[in-house]
Design a protein around this ligand. Structure first.
Ligand SMILES: NC(=O)c1ccc[n+]([C@@H]2O[C@H](COP(=O)([O-])OP(=O)(O)OC[C@H]3O[C@@H](n4cnc5c(N)ncnc54)[C@H](O)[C@@H]3O)[C@@H](O)[C@H]2O)c1
Ligand SMILES: [Zn+2]
Length: 361
């Protein structure tokens, strides 16, 4: 068994370990024992997997598991009604302000569990045990927690850093292929920020296996950026590479036709094409990025009508500022490229990139 990668997250004066690798969950019982009671939040699908069963067994061994609360799957578990239900069940199970919340699942569960921890008794500790690739490299890191309102995703939330994040890529074995591929869309974003990672990221995506080294490298990048810019005033915007157009794509597909990772993958291609239109990078960089996206089995193009709709909808993205959209775009540098944030682009260049991306039948 290869050793677990232990990363240290630093967030606004707080430090917590992020353990990535085989056996990362081993510390769960000890974390539980430091609290009076533990509330496990998960969903039925995850609790039925080997990773789910072993987390429950570890918490039972700790001896203070007061509650196993099943959230409805996915976004349906990220609501204020479910927050109230979860808090009421914690109270009924005897949880106090010294209790621990454990969020075991994908990003929807870790967002909801983290927000419950942020608000129960004005804030209790929590541990994230991410079981999707997206949650391991993104959602469970950085301390953003929250739920959705009917009109907007993540509209209500809080910054609440966990006590630990325990990510064992073995959990990904039961993940549906499309969810895994979607997580690789986010992995490719990190690789586009650090081009030396692109080849390995695309090859692992094609093989359908995310190695602990790659997951840890992505997690480390997010943690470094968040440590320097916790509230997204500057550098943290880099993590939105591919997301401006990507959010438009998600909306154009009514949040069901394309997964988040698929939308980000097309969004990366869009950002590189726009950067090329602006003369920031050459065609080889675009080709390299798109080859990696294609190798990962993710989309590089959209049907023309969907691309136009995505472009209209991205203008309502919350990252818009008064002076128009601000882009995260690559610029030729070193022997590959570097990425800048707060870049402006003329309407013509954007329209050209929309036409290029809309090349799918
Ligand atoms: N807080 C943040 O900084 C942040 C960042 C990115 C995304 N997010 C949030 O993350 C959410 C998306 O997360 P996600 O992509 O993990 O989706 P998800 O949590 O909806 O999980 C996807 C599906 O996979 C299932 N699943 C999870 N783990 C499994 C496993 N090991 N085996 C089998 N099935 C499993 C789930 O039950 C679900 O059906 C969104 O709500 C998004 O807003 C938050
Ligand atoms: Zn994302």
């Amino acid at each position: 068994m290869r050793p677990v990668n232990v990363l240290e997250a630093v967030q606004e004066g707080r430090r917590y370990p992020v353990r990535v690798g085989a056996g990362a969950g081993a510390g769960l019982a000890a974390l539980a024992r430091a609290h009076d009671r533990v509330a496990l939040l998960s969903c039925a699908r995850v609790l039925a997997t080997p990773a789910g069963r072993s987390a429950v067994a570890a918490l039972r061994r700790a001896g203070n598991l007061a509650l196993v609360h099943r959230l409805p799957d996915g976004e349906r578990g990220k609501t204020l009604a479910e927050l109230e239900r979860g808090a009421a069940r914690m109270l009924a199970a005897g949880c106090t302000r010294r209790s621990l919340v454990v969020g075991l699942g994908g990003g929807a569960v870790t967002d909801a569990a983290g927000f419950l921890a942020a608000t129960f008794m004005r804030g209790v500790g929590w541990v994230a045990v991410p079981t999707t690739l997206l949650a391991m490299v993104d959602a469970a890191l950085g301390g953003k927690t929250g739920v959705n309102l009917p009109a907007a995703k993540n509209a209500v939330g809080a910054f609440h850093a966990p006590e630990a994040v325990l990510a064992d890529p073995a959990a990904l074995r039961t993940l549906p292929a499309r969810e895994l591929r979607s997580g690789f869309g986010e992995v490719l974003k990190y690789a586009a920020l650090r081009p030396a990672m692109l080849g390995a990221a695309a090859a692992q995506a094609r093989s359908g296996r995310a190695g602990a080294g790659l997951v840890a490298a992505c997690a480390a990048m997010k943690l470094e950026v968040v440590a320097r810019d916790p509230r997204e005033r500057g550098e943290r915007k880099l993590l939105n590479l591919g997301h401006t157009f990507g959010h438009g794509v998600e909306a154009a597909g009514r949040f069901s036709r394309w997964t988040h990772g698929e939308a980000v993958a097309v969004g990366l291609c869009f950002a590189f094409r726009l950067a090329a239109r602006l003369g920031r990078i050459g065609p080889l960089a675009v080709a390299e990025l798109e080859a990696a996206v294609a190798e990962a089995g993710l989309p590089t193009r959209l049907p023309a009508a969907a691309a136009r709709r995505a472009a209209r909808l991205m203008a309502t993205d919350k990252k818009r500022t008064a002076a128009g959209l601000r882009w995260v775009l690559p610029r030729a540098g070193g022997n590959a490229w570097k990425v800048d944030w707060d870049v402006t682009a003329g309407e013509d260049a954007v329209a050209d990139a929309v036409r290029e991306i809309g090349g799918a039948p």
